[in-house]
Write a protein of this length. Sequence first.
Length: 165
Amino acid sequence: MFADTLQTTKKPRTAWKQCGRQKSQGNPPLSTHQKDRLEKIEQIIAKLVETAAKGKPIVVEGRKDAEALEQLGIKGTVFSVKTAGKSFLEATAEIEASGADEVILLLDFDRRGKEGMKRLQQDLERGKIKVNVRFWLELKGLVGHEVQCIESLPSYLATAQQKTG
């Protein structure tokens, strides 16, 4: 009898799939927490704009990531490590040849981006170049679950800003 009760109250596994937000529901307005998070992201971007304008080069994975930085208003020297089939060694040599004493690493937030961050950080520090990962860590903490690629940041921010009205 007890087993019968369990079977009738047990929910099918497919019920979990139905919990997600449906596309037809539109975009609900942002909560206070989401607005605070958006504000923090915008502050990080503003600080990145300022830092890049002072001459600190930024290292990204590819051309689309570099274009995304431009869309966000971030101007300055940008190195793409995966452009034209470059190896990490070639990218490191290019950065060292630029004469930069410090760079900002801003690779993607996915597994490959994390691996690239570690490798580039080690290679650059071995070449006596200071590596700034603060922006990456802060952005990853705020958007890492929703945004995997730097190239997606502009559209993510545009959508979030649109929700705030």
